[in-house]
Design a protein around this ligand. Structure first.
Ligand code: UDP
Ligand code: MG
Length: 312
C-alpha cells in the first residue's frame, strides 16, 4: 500500500538567451541540489528559450525528453528577459515559482531559503544581493544609479533587488491576469501587496558564456522600466514649466525695474538665454510626453508580449 503525501510543487522558471554553454550545467546543479535538500517539494523546471541563436532550444528539448519534470517554451525571436519570465509564469503549474538566471550567478542554494520562507507563509520572497559580485564596473555603476533613482521615485528599495525571487501561486495568477505589455517584474510583485520578505544571496560569477547586457541596453532597460512604472517624468516637466515661468517673471520684473531706474536692459544676452531655456524646456517636455504616448500606442495595439514557436 502506498501512502499519498501531498507534495508541494515548486516551479523554477529559467529565462535563457544563447545559453547553450550553461543549460546542462544549470540542470545538473539544480537537480542534484534538489535531490539532496528537498523531500517534500517536487521540482518543475520551466526553461524559456528567448529566441536564442545557438543550440539552447535543442539542449532544452533534449532535457525535456529525458526528464518529465522539464517543461519548456521557445520564442519565435528574442523578446527579452521580461517576456521570458512572464511566459514562464504562464506555463508553470507549481504552487509557487522561483525565477532564476541560467548562468548560475544566482546560487541554487538560495532557493532552499526561499522555499523555507514560503513554507512559513510568505507569498513573495525576494533575493537581495549582498554584493554585486564580479560585474563590470560600468554595469555596477549604471545599475546602482538606476536603482537609486527609481527606488526614490517608486517608493521602495530597488537598490539590491533582482529578478531572482519566489512568488506564490496567488502572485503568479495576478501576474498572468495583467494585460499591460510593458511590465517590470521586480516592481510588480511588490505592487500586488502580498506578504513579502527577503533572503540575501551573493552574486556569483557567470558559469560560462557572456552577459547579454551592454551598458547601452541597461540604459534602455532603465528608461523603459521607469516609464512603465511611474508618471514622475510627467510631473517633472510640469514642474519644469512652472520653473521657467517663474524665471521669466523674475527677469521681467528685473527688466521693468532696470528701465525705470534709467538703465538699459542687456537685450541680446537675456533674449538668447530666455529662448534657449524655454525651447529646451518645451522640447524635452514634448519628448517625455511622446514617450508616454508611444507607450500608450503600444498598449492600445495590444500585441502579445511574446510568440511561442514551440512549448509543451
Ligand atoms: N536573458 C533572456 N533574454 C535576454 C537576455 C537575457 O532570457 O534577452 C536571460 C539570460 O539567458 C540569463 C538571464 O536572462 O539567464 C540574465 O541575463 P544575463 O546573465 O545576460 O544578465 P546579467 O546577469 O549580466 O545581468
Ligand atoms: Mg548573468
Amino acid at each position: 500500500m502506498c501512502i499519498i503525501t501531498s507534495m508541494k510543487k515548486v516551479s523554477v522558471i529559467v529565462p535563457c538567451f544563447n545559453e547553450e554553454e550553461t543549460i546542462d550545467l544549470f540542470y545538473n546543479t539544480i537537480t542534484s541540489f534538489w535531490k539532496e535538500n528537498f523531500t517534500s517539494h517536487e521540482l518543475e523546471l520551466v526553461f524559456i528559450d528567448d529566441g536564442s541563436k545557438d543550440a539552447t532550444y535543442e539542449k532544452i528539448l533534449k532535457l525535456h525528453e529525458s526528464d518529465d519534470s522539464v517543461r519548456f517554451g521557445s520564442f519565435s525571436r528574442n523578446f527579452g528577459k521580461e517576456s521570458a519570465m512572464f511566459a514562464g509564469m504562464e506555463l508553470c503549474t507549481g504552487d509557487c515559482a522561483v525565477v532564476i538566471d541560467a548562468d548560475l550567478q544566482h546560487p541554487v542554494e538560495t532557493i532552499k531559503d526561499m522555499v523555507d520562507k514560503w513554507d512559513e507563509g510568505f507569498s513573495i520572497v525576494e533575493g537581495v544581493k549582498s554584493s554585486r559580485g564580479k560585474e563590470s564596473k560600468s554595469h555596477g555603476l549604471f545599475a546602482r544609479l538606476f536603482y537609486k533613482i527609481i527606488s526614490s521615485i517608486i517608493g521602495f528599495d530597488m537598490q539590491n533587488s533582482s529578478d531572482f525571487k519566489l512568488i506564490d501561486r496567488k502572485v503568479i495568477d495576478v501576474m498572468n491576469s495583467l494585460t499591460e505589455k510593458d511590465t517590470f517584474f521586480r516592481a510588480l510583485t511588490f505592487w500586488t501587496g502580498f506578504k513579502s520578505t527577503s533572503v540575501e544571496y551573493e552574486v556569483r560569477e557567470r558559469a560560462a558564456g557572456k552577459s547579454k547586457w551592454s551598458g547601452f541596453s541597461l540604459i534602455k532597460y532603465a528608461f523603459r522600466n521607469m516609464i512603465a512604472f511611474t508618471y514622475a517624468p510627467l510631473y517633472l516637466i510640469t514642474f519644469l514649466g512652472v520653473t521657467v515661468i517663474i524665471i521669466g517673471i523674475i527677469l521681467g520684473i528685473d527688466a521693468i525695474v532696470t528701465y525705470f531706474m534709467g538703465d538699459s536692459v542687456g537685450g541680446y544676452p537675456s533674449l538668447v538665454i530666455l529662448i534657449t531655456l524655454s525651447t529646451g524646456a518645451i522640447l524635452s517636455s514634448l519628448g517625455i510626453i511622446s514617450v508616454y504616448l508611444s507607450k500608450m500606442f503600444n498598449e492600445v495595439k495590444n500585441r502579445p508580449r511574446y510568440i511561442f514557436k514551440d512549448h509543451n
